[in-house]
Structure formats: C-alpha cells, structure tokens
Design a protein around this ligand. Structure first.
Ligand SMILES: Nc1ncnc2c1ncn2[C@@H]1O[C@H](COP(=O)(O)OP(=O)(O)OP(=O)(O)O)[C@@H](O)[C@H]1O
Ligand SMILES: [Mg+2]
Length: 241
C-alpha cells in the first residue's frame, strides 16, 4: 500500500513499555482530531504473549496469526528455521499486498529475533523506549549497537524516556548523545521524547480500556493522558515526515 508507514518498538529489555506505547500510539493515530481517520494494525512479534491480552483495544495480530489468516496453517512437522522462513516471507508479502493499513506497528519482544531482523528494511521509524538506571542504559547501548549496525544510513529513531517523573534527576539527553557517540559510524537520525509515568496507563491496562473509554471514567485523567499522547504522536509524525 502506498504511503503506508511501519513503526517498530524495540529494545532488549523487558517491561520498558514497548507494548504499552504501541497501544497508546495506535490509539492516538486512530483518534486524531480534524484528520481523516487512519487505520492501524499492531503486529505482535512475541508469540509467547497473547496478542489480545497485550493490546486489547486494536486490530492486533501475531506474525503466525497473519500467516494463518492469509496463507493457511503451517505444517507442525517443519523445523523452527523452516517455520521462521515461512513466517518472514508471509509477513513481507502480507505487508506488501494484503495488509492495507495506513500504519503498521511492530511490537517486538525483548530480543533481536530472526523474524524481526529479517524485516528491518521495511521499517520507517524505530521507537526505542528506555527507563532510568545503569542496567537499563547498558542494555539500551547494546541494543542500539547491535541493531543499528544492521540498518541503512539515516535510519530514523525516536528514543523515549518512559515512566519519566518530574523529580527524576537523570541526564537522559546526555545519555542519548553518549550512545550516539559510542555507535559512531552507524548513521541514525534521532529525536528524543519523555513519556511520563501515569497511573491512568495502569488503570487503562487493568480495565482493558483505551484513551477514549477512559473519557467516561475520569475526565481529568483523560485530559492529561490525551495531552501526553498527542505530544507523543506529534513527535512521531515530525520525525516520520
Ligand atoms: N508511562 C507509563 N506509566 C505507567 N506505567 C507504565 C508506563 N509504561 C509502561 N507501564 C507499565 O509497565 C509495564 C510493562 O510495560 P509493557 O508491557 O508495555 O513493557 P514491554 O516492553 O512490552 O515488556 P515485554 O518485554 O515483556 O513485552 C506494564 O504493566 C505497563 O502498564
Ligand atoms: Mg511487550
């Protein structure tokens, strides 16, 4: 599909907000005010997590569900390598011909798995969430070094400091500069965004509600989260366009 944008959320650490931010971004894209409505599909790359539990609000499919839906069941007797090969071919074909969405969001697992690595060339924007703390930063650096050595020049990256709190004293902007310094020779174009820690996100997750459904529960929480998600979307669109 023409003008389709593919955005991947990645990072080697678990629990940094890849799935949460995928849902929030999908919500924000689908509910843009004064815009023709846009369609979004979330592709869950982590077969060990149930897609409907990870992102209950959106059209969400795992890579193997896409294959089954479009091409039929995969033979159980195939080896993991053969199955993965089929899944990659299926995903690439599906993206090119069958999955007609304005935006496709890849929610990837906390590892550089072979399926993710095989579709890197299709990705328009990488969103890399991270949280404060030495260990988180070490894995952020490792992830960037390993992944962006494999991508093309001028790969677009939006770093997100997730679960940010006002009182946090943490030199995040310096950190990103340091990381860019360390992965010198790897050509990325990056922006940086802070995403606040929010109780509303936890409520949304527990109640399996999206931003708009939160509107009926708590208007103040809705307004705050809406403002934050709009800022997030604006930064995504700024770097994408
Ligand atoms: N900005 C935020 N404010 C509050 N809670 C958050 C925020 N971002 C993420 N969380 C919470 O952190 C937890 C982990 O987030 P999430 O599942 O999105 O991480 P993940 O990177 O997808 O993890 P995994 O590697 O297991 O797939 C979730 O329970 C989520 O509700
Ligand atoms: Mg996840």
């Amino acid at each position: 599909m023409q003008n389709q944008k593919i955005i991947a959320l990645g990072g080697t650490k678990g629990g940094i907000g890849k799935s949460t931010l995928s849902s929030i971004l999908a919500d924000a894209i689908a509910n843009q005010e004064d815009e023709e409505s846009k369609t979004v599909l979330i592709v869950n790359f982590d077969e060990s997590q149930k897609t409907e539990e990870v992102n209950p609000q959106h059209t969400t499919m795992s890579v193997s569900q896409i294959y089954n839906y479009i091409f039929g069941e995969i033979d159980d007797n195939l080896s993991i390598e053969e199955t993965n090969k089929l899944l990659v071919t299926g995903l690439l074909q599906a993206i090119e011909n069958q999955l007609e969405f304005d935006y496709i969001i890849f929610d990837t697992p906390g590892e550089l798995n072979s399926i993710f690595l095989s579709v890197l060339h299709k990705i328009d924007l990488f969103i890399v969430p991270f949280m404060a703390g030495e260990r988180n930063l070490n894995s952020l650096e490792y992830f960037c070094k390993s992944l962006f050595a494999l991508t093309q020049a001028n790969t677009k990256v939006l770093f997100i400091y997730n679960q940010y709190r006002n009182k946090t004293k943490f030199p995040f902007e310096e950190t990103i500069l340091n990381i860019k310094e360390k992965i010198k020779g790897v050509n990325i174009v990056s922006e940086f965004h802070k995403f606040y820690f929010s109780e509303a996100i936890i409520t949304m997750e527990n109640e399996r509600k999206g931003i708009n459904l939160l509107y009926n529960n708590n208007k103040l929480a809705y307004r705050i989260i809406k403002k934050r998600t709009d800022q997030f979307l604006n930064n995504v669109l700024k770097i994408l366009n």
